[in-house]
Write a protein that binds this ligand. Structure first.
Ligand SMILES: NC(=O)c1ccc[n+]([C@@H]2O[C@H](COP(=O)([O-])OP(=O)(O)OC[C@H]3O[C@@H](n4cnc5c(N)ncnc54)[C@H](O)[C@@H]3O)[C@@H](O)[C@H]2O)c1
Length: 396
């Protein structure tokens, strides 16, 4: 087990900038915690807000130098690319509609990207980013952060090793309550843009939380959706986009299953889960108990595999900082992604290999594009009354 928290990215800490994430923003602060947890990354530049004064004050509070505080992300990309000590990567934590233009500006400037989900609001923009990252020879990682959990990584390994046998069914869900009332119409900042088609995309619930559930199923199952049949609906009258989605999925590994996403389910703060059932065993992971896997070989008693405990192995040991009974959770999982992304970016920049890190474990531009494709397919299926719609990306 690795308990070290040293500077392990090699060649000093990775120099990172941030777009979005100023005062009163939500996820930017989480990214900063994740960057700092293991002391491998320095936040040295930022265009932290759409409001220039908020951008300035927010950067000053974080100790970002005035000459690396920007009012505009395009100016930041240009200026940082021209500095000898310029940022090596940018973290993008703006509303969805800006992910593609901001990512493009930095890729074109030769700067690697760590972008929050969804990668883009349209399939065309997602595909353009796949091409651009390839042409620019830059890394683009997407903070589909659930894959950073130690026991989610172990679940993937167990499925790949055949411990479930032939996987017949995969069910995934993300259920929340926070949009049960029309807070988007009452000035709630995060709710307001998430339900605006111009800034959220074609589907609110799938772009916001469905892509997490989808990525969790793809990651653990080692598959993607071949086809989907979707029923989307809006529970709150007057809301401009859906807040619920029920999706049937034909997975590419031959399994069938479901994806359920809801933001209007009282009693659920953030119930994200995946259940995989094979002809030899069943396996479940629930975000409410992130350090555990529920594993049931058919015909035997269910066992609970605990991070750091006797049933913990492989990746779950590599990314653990603490022994069992010293809980790790959301921030640690986010930091695992940041650590791996930083090491992979550093290795790519220095044309070396990031020792011990499997790049397939860090969601990249293709995984981000898969999510966008899934959302578009579900929206198209719903528009056709639930007919089956191709949803897979394959290996472009
Ligand atoms: N990975 C996760 O678990 C997770 C969780 C929450 C949110 N997210 C994603 O993170 C993103 C941000 O969500 P949030 O809840 O933090 O939103 P938010 O509204 O709280 O914050 C958005 C920030 O972006 C800034 N911004 C807007 N336009 C800008 C511009 N042109 N230049 C610079 N900054 C600009 C805003 O001023 C604000 O600081 C969304 O895409 C969301 O899907 C991911």
């Amino acid at each position: 087990m690795v308990y070290a928290t040293s500077d392990a990215a090699g060649g000093g800490r990775l120099r990172v900038g941030m777009v979005g994430g100023g005062r009163n923003a939500f996820i930017g602060a989480v990214h900063r915690l994740a960057m700092r947890l293991d002391n491998r990354i320095d936040l040295v530049a930022g265009a932290l807000s759409a409001d220039p004064e908020n951008a300035r004050v927010s950067a000053a509070e974080l100790g970002i130098a005035p000459d690396r505080t920007y009012a505009d992300y395009r100016e930041m990309a240009r200026a940082e690319a021209a500095r000898p000590d310029g940022i090596e990567a940018v973290a993008i934590v703006t509303p969805n509609h800006l992910h593609a233009p901001v990512a493009s500006a930095f890729l074109e400037a030769g700067i690697d990207v760590i972008c929050d989900k969804p990668l883009a609001t349209t399939v065309e923009d997602a595909e353009a980013l796949v091409r651009l990252a390839r042409e620019a020879d830059r890394k683009l990682f997407v903070t589909l952060n659930i894959t950073g959990h130690a026991m989610v990584r172990q679940a993937r390994e167990m499925v790949a090793a055949g411990e479930l046998g032939r996987v017949n069914a995969i069910h995934t869900a993300f259920i929340q309550e926070w949009l049960t009332q029309p807070i988007d119409a009452q000035g709630h900042k995060q709710a307001e843009w998430r339900t605006d088609p111009a800034r959220a995309g074609q589907s609110a619930v799938l772009a916001d939380i469905g892509v997490h559930a989808y990525n969790l199923a793809c990651f653990t199952g080692g598959c993607e959706a071949d086809e989907v049949s979707a029923d989307l609906f809006t529970a709150v009258p007057g809301r401009r986009l859906d807040d619920n989605a029920n999706v049937l999925v034909r997975w590419s590994n031959g399994a069938r299953g479901t994806l359920l996403a809801s933001q209007t389910s009282p009693g659920h703060y953030g119930d994200l889960s995946v259940r995989l059932y094979g002809d030899r065993a069943g396996l479940e992971w629930h975000a409410s108990r992130p350090e555990e896997l529920r594993f049931t070989p058919y015909g035997e008693e269910t066992r609970t595999l605990v991070r750091g405990g006797h049933g913990s192995r492989g990746e779950s040991r590599r990314v653990s900082r603490m022994p069992a009974a010293h809980p790790e959770g959301y921030i640690e999982a986010f930091a695992n992604l940041y650590n791996d992304a930083a090491a992979l970016i550093r290795a790519h920049r220095s044309r070396t290999v990031a020792e011990g890190i499997d790049p397939a474990l860090v969601p990249d531009v293709l995984d981000g594009a898969r999510g966008v494709r899934f959302v578009a397919a579900a929206v198209a299926s719903h528009a056709r009354g639930g007919g089956w719609e191709k949803a897979g990306l394959g290996q472009p």
